[in-house]
Design a protein around this ligand. Structure first.
Ligand code: FMN
Ligand code: SF4
Length: 369
């Protein structure tokens, strides 16, 4: 009945055992808890786990350049492989100016700047920051995706996803990128950051699958501030392919509200199943490479129909696989009625992360039992 979901897929030189992927998800848990959760999700039968927000830089506890960071990723990859899935590293560069952030620290510590206000200030500083970055520094950053990819490979990752949001998304967007040099001024120039980052990974690892998280934005109604405007896909997609991208993971761009990119069920436009799939339809006009849909996917019948029609080639889920890591196994074994359906309440997952308690789920007890 769910034939296509369980059909293997050739994906950038690797074979995915089925079409289900755990979408990149920052967990904010202890290393041991993250290892356990990602291992659990892998063991539930998905083909690949994408580890979210692996930094390309040398700073922070999770840098691939630090012994501790490397050991952490090795353990995550081992847990994912032991569960029977492939591991993909989502390489990202933040677009937060660290000096600016330090300046906000007193206000945050004294409670004068509330978390929502800090988030909105963070969104507002990205444009001026990336517009003012010296070109030589930008090239250093895009080049750094290459060595980071090599380190990720050494840690055990099977594939790389280049995060097309964050700094990459800010450079892509005419709303944030006001440069008038090699990196801005036209869609071609705004695509240069992403293209150079992908090309750096391709040079470092000629055979590795490179997935690109293609974050798109739209007008009428306006959603997303970073990322690629739908009308500019015809510029970005062929260039990314030529640079080495082997598949695309399509979603709404950020720097707006998190409840647009991780929409609750009462969202006015993105509350339904497969809420971002119309973006895949637009990307499909410019590529034959595998497309992964994400956003509000959870219903096996709906997912099977989208895969069988060829609208998408694989389906990524974040919240549904947190709500029930055994989703794939239950679908395969005909136990669909036993799936803990994600309610898209955002209470314990996104809510947990925002309250610095890490990602949890209202079904956690059932999943442990
Ligand atoms: C708690 C949480 C953390 C997330 N962290 C990331 C991340 O690190 N990188 C990323 O690209 N997307 C991240 N996302 C977005 C998801 O990958 C996904 O696009 C989004 O949740 C919509 O899919 P869903 O409806 O299956 O949850 C996160 C989502 C959630 C719920
Ligand atoms: S807390 Fe709610 S939205 Fe989050 S994974 Fe669980 S059911 Fe889904």
């Amino acid at each position: 009945m769910y034939q296509t979901i369980f059909q293997p897929l050739e994906w950038g030189g690797l074979t995915l055992k089925n079409r289900i992927i755990f979408a990149p998800t920052t967990l904010g848990l202890s290393p041991e808890q993250e290892e356990q959760l990602l291992g659990r999700i892998a063991a539930g039968g998905c083909a690949m786990v994408i580890v979210g927000d692996v930094p390309v830089g040398r700073h922070g506890p999770h840098s691939l350049y630090h012994r501790k960071g490397m050991a952490y990723y090795r353990r995550l990859c081992a847990a994912i492989h032991a569960g029977g899935a492939l591991a993909c590293a989502q390489l990202h560069q933040s677009d937060t100016d660290l000096l600016w952030l330090l300046g906000q620290a007193p206000g945050v510590l004294l409670g004068r700047i509330k978390p929502e206000e800090l988030r909105s200030r963070l969104n507002r500083q990205a444009g001026p920051y990336i517009t003012g970055l010296p070109a030589r520094k930008v090239t250093r950053i895009t080049t750094s995706f290459g060595p980071a990819a090599k380190l990720a490979r050494e840690a055990g990752f099977d594939a790389i996803q280049v995060h097309g949001d964050r700094m990459c998304g800010s450079f892509s967007s005419a709303l944030l990128n006001h440069r008038q040099d090699l990196y801005g001024g036209s869609p071609e120039k705004r695509s240069r950051f992403a293209v150079e980052a992908v090309a750096a990974v391709r040079r470092a690892l000629p055979d590795i699958p490179i997935d690109f998280k293609l974050a798109v934005r739209q007008e009428n109604p306006h959603y997303g501030n970073a990322g690629v405007l739908l009308e500019e896909l015809e510029v970005f997609v062929p260039r990314l392919e030529a640079a080495g991208v082997t598949s695309f993971h399509v979603t709404l761009a950020n720097h707006g509200s998190l409840t647009d990119t991780i929409p609750p069920r009462n969202h006015p436009d993105f509350g339904g199943q497969g809420c971002f799939l119309p973006f895949c339809d637009r990307v499909r006009q410019y590529t034959k490479r595998p497309l992964c849909g994400v956003g509000g996917l959870s219903d096996p019948d709906f997912i099977e129909a989208q895969l069988a029609s060829g609208r998408i080639d694989c389906a990524a889920m974040s919240r549904q696989l947190i709500a029930d890591p055994d989703w794939s196994q239950k679908v395969r074994q005909g136990q669909v009625s036993e799936i803990h359906r994600c309610l898209r309440c955002n209470r314990a997952c996104l809510g947990g992360l925002q309250q610095h308690q890490g990602v949890h789920c209202i079904y956690e007890k059932e999943n442990q039992g």
